[in-house]
Design a protein around this ligand. Structure first.
Ligand code: PHE
Length: 445
């Protein structure tokens, strides 16, 4: 049977941008910008996306499309009889670890979306929003029920396959997502006192730049672009042979960055207009924003809009994570897609339930000094992604033959190979050093 694939440039793009745009853009980015010197951080982040990350996106696409296989098999094909396939295995584990906490937040988002729909009819009690959030996340049943529902939606999409599932739904969700965020930006920018938020986002204060800020920017670029765990290798394996990988990588990187800036524009002016601290973290989205929505004209409608945006962004990222595991399980164990997705979903839901419970009744259980939820978060984002990314650039720059890389980059010589020499140089020298620096910083901290 012919392997499923995306239908063309736009199909691949909505899927990869869908993977990249997620909770990382809507929550983590604005808040990191806040902690790390605002505009100056954004400039460094941009430089990293353009210089270091673009060649890595292309690399993952090349590994995937060359082999047309899941992320473990891809390494087995390109480096038979070597331990390189362990990088693929690590990617599958990273995907599961991210899913184990990301889907819990997806569940919260689902809960808040429904809640905000109900608030259209009855206003929330502003003073108790924080308490409501704590009550919800620490409850032993409620967030798990929402996580199960959230998983159900994702499982359904992934079961439908690449073209008829992931691509089909991303085609609908991604344009809607961008449009909705623009509406939210317009609302936020027209609030009285919005300009303080703009200053915060766009007026660079270079005195705040130090190595920690630089490293935080690189780490965020990695997480936000879904790099380092075979997500883009897996999606790359479904890219038709005649698509220009360089152009795809560039458009993906730019779109994700644009979305991060839009998210900042949607959130920060509102946060500043209401005199709230931008460094709230998870509460920013679930406590502070509802408080703001409760106080602005038509706020209840914008609340629905915001949580719908968050939900869509989370779904298109979760399906990409699930596909990494699904592609591996179906191809490795010759299992039917539907069966594989069902099994993976059950497994993820069980892990996610533990993460969820660790916010409440299991709060005392610690793994390496962290709650279960934080452990999955830390393990994936701070350890597995940078490590995976490091091995991928070493693999591309030093193990794979340059001709192979060039051949796939140029679609067997039919494309010009724009920027190839520069990208290759970055893969060999610049990226490994930069990633090693981030990684060391993250472990040593
Ligand atoms: N990029 C996603 C986000 O910003 C998270 C993610 C990481 C998705 C790794 C897939 C793989 O939320």
């Amino acid at each position: 049977m012919k392997r499923d694939e995306f239908s063309g440039f736009f199909g691949v793009l909505v899927a990869t941008v869908g993977s990249a745009v997620g909770l990382g853009n809507l929550w983590r980015f604005p808040y990191l910008v806040g902690q790390n010197g605002g505009a100056a951080f954004i400039l460094i982040y941009l430089a990293f996306v353009l210089i270091i990350c673009m060649p890595i996106i292309v690399s993952e696409f090349i590994i995937g499309r060359r082999t047309q296989a899941n992320t473990v098999k891809a390494f087995q094909i390109l480096a038979p009889g070597t331990p390189w396939s362990l990088v693929g295995v690590m990617g599958v584990i990273a995907a599961l670890a991210i899913l184990a906490f990301y889907t819990v937040v997806g569940g919260w988002t689902f809960d808040y979306l429904v809640r905000s729909v109900m608030y259209i009819f009855s206003k929330p009690d502003v003073t108790s929003l924080e308490q409501q959030f704590t009550q919800m996340v620490t409850s032993p049943v409620r967030p798990i029920v929402w996580t199960v529902l959230f998983m159900g939606v994702n499982a359904f999409i992934v079961m439908c396959g690449i073209k008829k599932g992931i691509e089909k739904y991303s085609r609908i969700m991604m344009p809607v997502l961008f449009l909705m965020v623009l509406i939210l930006v317009a609302r936020s920018l027209t609030l009285e006192g919005a300009s303080a938020g703009l200053q915060f986002l766009f007026k660079p204060d270079f005195s705040k730049i130090n190595t920690k800020v630089v490293l935080a920017a690189l780490g965020q670029a990695f997480f936000s672009l879904s790099l380092g765990m075979g997500c883009l290798i897996t999606y790359g394996s479904y890219i038709p042979k005649n698509e220009n990988l360089n152009k795809l990588a560039f458009t993906t990187g730019i779109s994700d960055t644009l979305f991060a800036v839009l998210a900042g524009l949607a959130i920060m002016p509102a946060v500043f207009a209401f005199g709230v601290s931008p460094e709230e973290g998870p509460g920013l989205v679930f406590i502070v924003l509802p408080r703001i929505f409760a106080q602005i004209p038509l706020g209840n409608v914008f609340a629905v809009l915001f949580f719908a945006i968050l939900l869509i962004a989370a779904i298109t990222s979760v399906i990409s994570l699930m596909e990494v595991v699904t592609a591996y399980v179906t191809e490795r164990f010759k299992m039917k897609r539907k069966v594989a997705v069902a099994l993976i979903s059950v497994f993820v839901t069980v892990c996610a339930s533990f993460s969820s419970l660790s916010q409440g009744v299991l709060a005392h259980v610690k793994i390496f000094g962290k709650s279960i939820f934080d452990f999955f978060d830390h393990l994936s984002a701070n350890i597995l992604l940078p490590l995976g990314g490091f091995f991928i650039v070493i693999f591309m720059g030093w193990y794979l033959k340059k001709e192979v890389v060039y051949d796939e980059y140029t679609n067997k010589g039919t494309l010009k190979g724009t920027l190839f020499s520069m990208s290759y140089f970055i893969l060999r020298y610049v990226a490994p050093v930069a990633i090693a620096a981030v990684f060391l910083d993250l472990i040593l901290r």
